[in-house]
Design a protein around this ligand. Structure first.
Ligand SMILES: *Cc1c(COP(=O)(O)O)cnc(C)c1O
Length: 464
């Protein structure tokens, strides 16, 4: 399998190179040259498989020609062995024809573990095969940092540096990163904001000399491998409620559009999907886009669902590429315009085509608290604020009630105890993995918002 860039001016690459590159050289995102196809009989044969085996089957066509090709099931077994629920991704029925797909039973209690646990092992295998090393650098304000650290800790060929804004993350989220005791894990608290962290990371990647010298790599959701690993649970969940005989709908709490794009990929591979219902918090750029056809940036406001507090949804570029019939020049024009003016408009035909499969819905913080409280009162189920936005969006979408609706529960409620307590009156009890981080000591280095000092620290600390 080869991959092409959404901007059409980077060389097509195989899976292993796409994994290591992250972003394409022309600034675009990689997508498969063609979508692999599964038949109705293929989907039917997936029904009885356990999660790791299904994951290997679904990902197999994407890694053809990779060093991973014949190791995939061994890899997925190892990736999902650390999940605390034996089903890996259990489903809970919450209405007559409504389910929650619980994606928070991994080591850091958010859905990002599904992709990153695989991607960490994939990096390890590919780097070993090439005798190479990489340095991962990232900035985080939420769940990605801890999931990436968990996935790469103690991997010989990887050093990972994660920047967070000093004093500005939640206690739980910071401790999940800083209590990991591994030689290759380096946490840096930057005296500044999340944007300062992000800008320093961008500056490092733009520094070609430094980037080449340290073989910098990224694990943010623009990496194709992360999307690929997320396709699996769409197939899994649909199989549990009657696919391929019945079309299903998915409600997805959305930020960068990576998660819901994985669902779209599943539909392109043949999974019968009636609708993708995109849920946003007050940072509703996507909802406004679906309503109007214009993608227009606005300032980010902090909410109770911080992992969806985004200004732009970078993975939307992949859907745009499909909607304009894979015209890389058209995607480039839109992205250039967005960069210059903070806004672009999708051609009415392409926008209308998207609306046949997608709709957008929003829920602000007050609505989120109210909804968490209502669901808890009605059924005893405790939602985290992100999952609440998704489930609510699903109910708002006005779909035919005969269509099974699956809402993705993306984080464990104990990760957001203050909001949940406010909504339900009860503090959610923390699973063991979370309780432990409060007993371990933290390790991080505090740095001023100064690029030179960051460069020096990374050079000093890398083990190669
Ligand atoms: C990252 C995250 C999201 C948003 O997912 P995207 O792929 O960025 O759309 C939603 N909920 C939680 C809990 C997350 O960590």
């Amino acid at each position: 399998m080869r991959y092409v860039s959404t901007r059409g001016r980077a060389p097509a690459l195989g899976f292993d190179d796409v994994l290591l590159a992250g972003l394409a050289a022309d600034g675009g995102l990689y997508v498969p040259e063609t979508w692999p196809q599964f038949s109705a009989a293929d989907f039917a044969s997936f029904a009885g498989l356990d999660y790791p085996r299904l994951a290997a089957k679904v990902m197999a066509p994407f890694v053809k020609g990779s060093v991973l090709e014949h190791k995939l099931e061994d890899l997925t077994r190892r990736a999902y062995a650390n999940f605390t629920h034996t089903a890996v991704a259990p489903m809970v029925q919450t209405g007559a024809n409504e389910w929650l797909l619980e994606l928070f039973h991994g080591p850091t209690l958010a859905f990002k573990d599904f992709a990153l646990q695989c991607v960490g092992l994939m990096f390890d295998e590919v780097l070993k095969a090439r005798g190479a090393r990489i340095t991962i650098v990232g900035a985080t304000s939420g769940d990605t940092g801890s999931a990436a650290i968990e996935a790469t800790k103690n991997k010989d060929a990887i050093d990972i540096f994660i920047l967070h804004p000093a004093g500005r993350t939640s206690d739980v989220q910071r401790r999940q990163m800083t209590t990991v005791d591994a030689k290759n894990v380096h946490n840096i608290a930057v005296e500044g904001t999340f944007d300062d962290c992000q800008n320093m990371v961008k500056a490092l990647f733009a520094d070609t000399k430094f980037r080449g010298e340290l073989r910098l790599s990224a694990v943010n959701s623009i990496n194709w491998a992360r999307i690929m690993a997320q396709i699996v649970y769409y197939v899994w969940a649909a199989a549990h409620v009657g696919a391929p005989q019945r079309k299903v709908a998915f409600a997805v709490p959305t930020g960068n559009f990576g998660n819901v794009f994985a669902g779209y990929a599943a539909s392109r591979m043949g999974l019968p999907v009636a609708r993708f219902i995109v849920g946003s918090n007050a940072n509703d750029i996507l909802t406004r886009y679906f309503e109007t056809g214009a993608m227009t940036a606005a300032g980010v406001v902090p909410t109770l669902s911080p992992s969806m507090d985004i200004q732009i949804s970078s993975n939307f570029e992949r859907l745009l590429f499909e909607a304009v019939s894979r015209d890389g020049a058209a995607v480039t024009r839109h992205m250039d315009q967005f960069k210059q003016s903070g806004s672009y408009t999708v051609e009415p035909k392409a926008h209308a085509a998207m609306l046949t499969l997608f709709s957008g819905h929003r829920l602000d913080d007050a609505g989120t608290l109210k909804f968490i409280g209502e669901v808890h009162k009605a059924s005893g189920y405790v939602l985290d604020p992100h999952s609440a936005v998704g489930l609510y969006a699903g109910r708002e979408a006005g779909l035919d009630s005969a269509i099974p609706r699956i809402a993705l529960a993306t984080a464990h409620p104990a990760k957001f105890p203050d909001a949940v307590e406010k909504a339900t009156g009860t503090r959610p009890s923390a699973p063991q993995a979370l309780a432990e981080v409060f007993h371990r000591s933290e390790r991080f280095t505090t740095l001023p918002n100064d690029l030179d000092q960051l460069r020096r620290l990374i050079r000093d600390r890398v083990s190669h």
